[in-house]
Design a protein. Structure first.
Length: 228
């Protein structure tokens, strides 16, 4: 039954099923995916979960705690997708692609990880990379730089793509039209001064961001193999 406040406004019934940290994280993720960090407020959570502030505070400390927990949940899912892969090079590739896809699907994750790279799930992510680099016989002296370079590449490209998608979504130009315009500008450049850029015009118009990212990961992996 829908109740009414003293002023007569309709109020949704309180939830009757159990409230847990996992349920709160799921609701927070939906809010974040729908409207970004600004959409995540404790007020919005109470409305979505049909509960009160007290019930939410029983499981989380504040908005920052909720955002961190949602970020950890996404990274844990990435790690779970690689469990059991016996080939360390394939596992590294899957980890990198998993993080890229996670940030692509949840742009707020990249921003939160940049602010708090010490999150438990992210530390587990680094540990997984370190173990895989060890399995690939990458020298211990090079593992820190190799892991950092790979993670920074993933987060940098994924974050840039997410920002580009956000900016295009807020305008009148879609990705295809944006790339067509950029390609036309490249095509008009002096081929003697910009031979590579001029020749890459067609590839720019037709390229897949995800495929290009994967090619970059393969270049990283080839370089890591050379460190042995």
């Amino acid at each position: 039954m829908v109740k009414k406040t003293a002023q007569g406004a309709a109020r949704a019934p309180r939830r009757t099923e159990g409230l847990s940290r996992d349920v709160i994280v799921q609701a927070a993720t939906e809010l974040l995916d729908g409207g970004g960090e600004s959409a995540l407020t404790l007020r919005a959570l109470t409305v979505r979960l049909r509960t009160g502030y007290g019930a939410i505070y029983h499981h989380v400390a504040d908005k920052g705690d909720v955002l961190a927990a949602a970020t950890d949940d996404v990274i844990v899912r990435v790690l779970a997708g690689v469990v059991g892969d016996a080939d360390p090079q394939k596992a590294l590739r899957r980890l990198a692609l998993g993080l890229f896809d996670a940030i692509d699907a949840h742009p707020w994750v990249g921003a939160e990880l940049s602010r708090q790279p010490w999150r438990p799930a992210m530390l587990d992510f680094y540990e997984s990379i370190g173990r895989l680099l060890d399995a690939l016989d990458v020298p211990e002296s090079a593992r820190f730089d190799a892991a950092g370079a790979l993670v920074n590449y993933v987060m940098g490209v994924a974050g840039q793509n997410a920002e580009n998608a956000r900016r295009l979504a807020g305008g009148d130009t879609d990705r295809a039209a944006f790339l067509d315009d950029a390609a036309e500008r490249w095509a008009q450049l002096d081929p003697d001064r910009y031979p590579f850029v001029h020749a890459a015009t067609t590839r720019l118009r037709e390229h897949s961001d995800r495929d290009q990212f994967i090619a970059g990961v393969d270049i990283f992996l080839a370089g890591m193999a050379a460190l042995r």
